[in-house]
Design a protein around this ligand. Structure first.
Ligand code: NAD
Ligand code: UDX
Length: 464
């Protein structure tokens, strides 16, 4: 094993920030520098007001408070970070390509390549380079090419160490992961690198949960895990459509099948559709990779997971329109929630964006309340789709900072995110404010239907 005194993480995002904060917390003898080219982000990470951290995660601010300035540092000086480090994590974004070959499917690896080139040109000694970002299988080969062709002649050992944290529970997931996966070469130096990284995690993760594989298995395991998880949601959502036609109840079905120990109870919650920065991007990437190897049937199989998810989002919006006497034009629809899941301020690929966009096609007015999402974020999400002009969006969509301000004279309420607080609202008061008939579309099946019915609401659920 090598002794690691200094770690650099390139990318201070949803993964880099929390992951490195926990590594720093559990390895006080290692100095951890998180670097990023986004100045605002670094400034926010360094803000003395912990409420201003760029990412909201339960428990994160406590970990940052404990470690920042001790052995955790945030900086825009990427070069210095690389120079000082014994080990470099690359945790930059790998979004779906929006141009050229593979547009709309392949992962865009330009940020990864930039990092590799920068490391190659700056490093003044041997380094272990860790892929933390989610990458297509065989990306390590490209990294290795770039690094080994640098003039320096230094040895760069490349490891794959994908991250399995889920947003909203990132700190808990990091503190007690189901497993930590480390892929690397089976050479002597590869084994040393793997053991070195393992020892950093073993500062708090039981040894038997730190799994070593070859680098390709590790890269592909991450895409596989996300594909399986996304597929489970699309599977239960497919059944939800059938439930709505047959008087079966999707939550009862989830319970019934979840008790089969081979299926298991988790990740069977039917919803308005999965969102988040990972599932769609990674499944599309898998589809692209399969196609590029000529495996068309494999590609089609996984593509269906995405198609079903798009169908689910569309179905929800269509239901709102249908139950509003087939028109929402000029009608006010109150959205409860905009984030892609509860306990996060992240909105990437949130189902809410697509439902809103569809309702905007029908000339609806939308008033949004989300406990953590800002007004500018909502506008940026809708503008990014490029379906409606910024003026149109801003004239039709309003964001309020209090749920009761969203519901006055609303024709319908739609629950898009499963924030706990929605369950505890004074629904009697809300009933008095909305237009009648009072319609609620519960896209997360979290509200007490019976109670709401008693108050006078019509409640439309997913899969019931
Ligand atoms: P993010 O967009 O929140 O953060 C990435 C950061 O990298 C940004 O702040 C960006 O400015 C920075 N960056 C990009 N290029 C850079 C460069 N050349 N030098 C310095 N900084 C640079 O992304 P994220 O959500 O943290 O995801 C990062 C990776 O982790 C992705 O590959 C993603 O698929 C994977 N992942 C994400 C999650 C998740 O829940 N968000 C979970 C597991 C894995
Ligand atoms: C996911 C993976 O879970 C995580 O392991 C990986 O590292 C990153 O991608 P994340 O996207 O942060 O994490 O959240 P997750 O809890 O998986 O939820 C993703 C989406 O699926 C959310 O929109 C959520 O609401 C939805 N979902 C989840 C359901 O609709 N039903 C479920 O049963 C579970």
């Amino acid at each position: 094993k090598k002794e690691i005194k200094n770690i650099c993480c390139i990318g201070a995002g949803y993964v880099g920030g929390p992951t490195m904060a926990v590594i720093a917390l559990k390895n006080p003898h290692i100095k951890v520098n998180i670097v990023d080219i986004n100045e605002q982000r670094i400034q926010d990470w360094n803000d003395t007001d912990l409420d201003k951290l760029p990412i909201y995660e339960p428990g994160l601010s406590e970990v940052v408070e404990h470690t920042r300035g001790r052995n955790l540092f945030f900086s825009t000086d990427v070069e210095q970070g690389i120079r000082d480090a014994d080990m470099i994590f690359i945790s930059v974004n790998t979004p779906t390509k929006t141009y050229g070959k593979g547009k709309g499917q392949a992962a865009d690896l330009k940020y990864i390549e930039l990092c590799a080139r920068q490391i190659a040109s700056i490093a003044q000694r041997d380094k272990i380079v860790v892929e933390k970002s989610t990458l297509p299988v065989r990306t390590a080969e490209a990294l290795s090419d770039i690094l080994s062709n640098s003039e320096s002649g230094f040895n760069f050992e490349i490891l794959s160490n994908p991250e399995f944290l889920a947003e909203g529970t990132a700190i808990d997931d990091l503190l007690s992961p189901d497993r930590v996966l480390i892929g690397g070469d089976n050479t002597e130096s590869g084994q040393i690198a793997k053991d070195t990284l393992s020892s950093i995690y073993e500062a708090w993760v039981p040894k038997e949960r730190v799994l070593q594989t070859n680098v390709w298995s590790s890269e592909l395991s991450k895409l596989t895990a996300n594909a399986f998880l996304a597929q489970r949601i699309s599977s239960i959502n497919a059944m939800s459509a059938l439930c709505e036609k047959t008087e079966a109840d999707v939550d009862e079905i989830a319970r019934a099948i979840g008790m089969d120990s081979r299926i298991g109870p988790k990740f069977l919650k039917s919803s308005v559709g999965f969102g988040g920065s990972c599932f769609q991007k990674d499944v599309l990437n898998l589809v692209y990779i399969a196609k590029s190897y000529g495996l068309d049937e494999v590609a089609e199989y996984w593509d269906q997971v995405i198609k079903l998810n798009d169908y689910q989002k569309r179905r929800f919006a269509d239901r709102i329109i249908k139950e509003s006497y087939n028109t929402v034009s000029g009608k006010k629809i109150a959205f409860f929630g905009w984030a892609f899941k509860k306990d996060t301020n992240d909105t990437r690929e949130s189902a809410a964006i697509y439902v809103a966009d569809h309702l905007l096609d029908e000339d609806a007015e939308i008033v949004i309340y989300d406990p953590k999402v800002t007004e500018e974020r909502v506008y940026a999400d809708l503008e990014y789709l490029n379906n409606h002009s910024s003026e149109y969006i801003r004239s039709r969509v309003k964001i309020v900072n209090n749920p009761f301000n969203a519901v006055g004279d609303a024709h319908a309420i739609a629950v898009l995110t499963e924030w706990d607080e929605f369950k505890d609202y004074n629904w009697e008061k809300i009933y008095s404010k909305v237009l009648k008939p009072a319609n609620i579309f519960d896209g997360r099946n979290i509200l007490d239907k019976q109670e709401l019915n008693t108050l006078g609401f019509n409640v439309y659920n997913i899969g019931k």
